[in-house]
Design a binder for this molecule. Structure first.
Ligand SMILES: Nc1nc2c(ncn2[C@@H]2O[C@H](COP(=O)(O)OP(=O)(O)OP(=O)(O)O)[C@@H](O)[C@H]2O)c(=O)[nH]1
Ligand SMILES: [Mg+2]
Length: 450
């Protein structure tokens, strides 16, 4: 979701990497480029200004950190300042002391309120809550029907309303009553949207706020609308007082600057991001992770921690040598997969990696835990000789291996293909980006060349 910005910043950092130390000149150039990258990514100019200012100030006094290279120093500072702007902590959804908690979902037309209401309900129900949804969009009958359909899809209740409940306030109050009677602890109120902010809409929302005393007023912002989303968030906050933001459509080609700006401009935290049309496409917003993603570092730090805790250093070094000498056998391949499994799911590992360079192609790679189990079974069914030299595995051997492992010849073929690809890929990694990034740390898959 931040590919562009991320790529641009990477380039700036790369240019700095060649420099021996931070000087006034190379810092000036880097800052100018960072500034352009941020503005092009649609980050609000005030945010850019503040960020550049504080990075500049901090960078002046960095001589102390001689352990880091200039680019590392700049990345570190930029990172710290960005996190500051986005908020250092993840902002959780607040709950009322006395249930039910009321959450007003507000925003402009088509920003994704109704979809997000459904997603939020699902997320809540997966996190030990029992939500009740209600639509108070009395202007479009189809709007209320849309929420009812969503409720059926995700099997969570929607308060449908009675004939005499004709105003938003009446509907929402009735829903709250229903929630109390049926033991639901959160009421999600999906409100009507307007093309533009107008007095009637604001008045309606103010009445709802007064009548319900919501714990959260979440502004739903469409990331694709860039600075317009920031502006309307600001306006809603001034007129109504929002308590948080859901940024939707971050899966699209939004430049992502809105995410960096909304918090700064409104002072209210991003709580969730929408990353797709499906109902599970909602993520709690983690400022530090997002910043890492923007800077193209993935969660490298937590990855390193994980790896260090889980991998036998000696074995890793041995693997490393084999890799370089092209002695990496199917047996090693199996052991690698086994040790990867110890780290947690492959998917979660890939999610922590920088999404650039060779790893970018891996982003869409489908990773399946069951597949690892299958691979292990297949390799276990091979003879020693076969594991040492995959070239001898001909048709009849493949059939025998498939039988022995309870798989099909196709699956054996697929594994052999994956294995040759992995060999190739690892060779790329070992001299490439990750090798340099991780420095002296020797990792089985991503280590340095001696
Ligand atoms: N790709 C993507 N599409 C989304 C996301 N969130 C919502 N949408 C889509 O955006 C469109 C509008 O979503 P709605 O939830 O109906 O928007 P709304 O704010 O309720 O609209 P009104 O009630 O008309 O004001 C739908 O087609 C949704 O599928 C998202 O995170 N990613
Ligand atoms: Mg709607």
């Amino acid at each position: 979701m931040f590919e562009n910005l991320s790529e641009k910043l990477q380039r700036v950092f790369k240019n700095l990497r060649g420099e021996g130390k931070l000087t006034a000149e190379n810092m000036e150039v880097a800052l100018r480029e960072i500034r352009v990258a941020l503005l092009e990514a649609d980050v609000h100019f005030r945010v850019v200004k503040q960020l550049i200012e504080s990075v500049k100030q901090k960078a002046m006094g960095v001589e102390v950190l001689t352990a880091l290279s200039p680019s590392q120093q700049v990345i570190k500072i930029v990172r710290e300042e960005m996190v500051k702007i986005l908020g250092t902590h993840q902002s959780k959804l607040r709950m009322a002391n006395e249930p039910p908690t009321i959450v007003l979902v507000v925003g402009l037309q088509g920003s994704g309120k109704t979809t997000s209401t459904g997603k939020l309900a699902r997320w809540l129900s997966k996190n030990d809550h029992s939500p009740l949804m209600v639509s108070v969009d009395i202007y479009r009958p189809a709007a209320r029907q849309q929420l009812s359909v969503i409720g059926r899809d995700i099997r969570l209740p929607v308060y449908e309303g009675a004939a005499e409940e004709t105003t938003p306030v009446e509907l929402a109050r009735a829903a709250r009553r229903e929630a109390m009677q049926t033991g639901r602890d959160v009421v999600l109120v999906d409100t009507a949207g307007r093309l533009h902010i107008d007095d009637q809409l604001m008045e309606e929302l103010r009445l709802l706020k007064e009548a319900l005393g919501p714990t959260e007023i979440l502004f739903v912002a469409d990331a694709m609308t860039g600075q317009d989303a920031v502006k309307s968030a600001d306006e809603f906050h001034k007129q109504l007082g929002i308590t948080g933001v859901i940024l939707t459509k971050m899966d699209g080609d939004a430049r992502g600057g809105g995410a960096l700006s909304i918090r700064f401009v409104t002072g209210q935290p991003l709580k969730f991001v929408g990353i797709g049309e499906k109902f599970d496409a909602l993520e709690p917003f983690h400022p530090d992770r997002v910043v890492s993603r923007i800077l193209g570092m993935g969660d490298v730090l937590s990855f390193i921690e994980k790896v260090e805790g889980n991998i036998d250093q000696k074995k890793a070094e041995e693997m490393q040598r084999k890799l370089i000498d092209n002695e990496f056998t199917l047996e090693d391949f199996r052991d690698q997969l086994k040790s990867l499994r110890k780290l947690g799911s492959l998917e979660s590992i890939l999610g922590m990696m920088p999404q650039i360079g060779p790893l970018k192609d891996l982003k869409n790679a489908k990773v399946d835990e069951k597949e690892i189990t299958r691979v292990v079974a297949i390799v276990d069914s091979m003879t020693h000789k076969e594991r040492d030299n995959h070239m001898i595995i001909n048709g009849s051997r493949r059939r025998r291996i498939a039988r022995g492992s309870g798989t099909s010849v196709q699956e054996v073929n697929q594994l052999l293909k994956q294995y040759s690809q992995a060999r190739k890929m690892m060779k790329t990694f070992s001299g490439g980006f990750m090798g340099k990034r991780l420095g002296k740390l020797k990792l089985p898959f991503f280590g340095d060349q001696p």
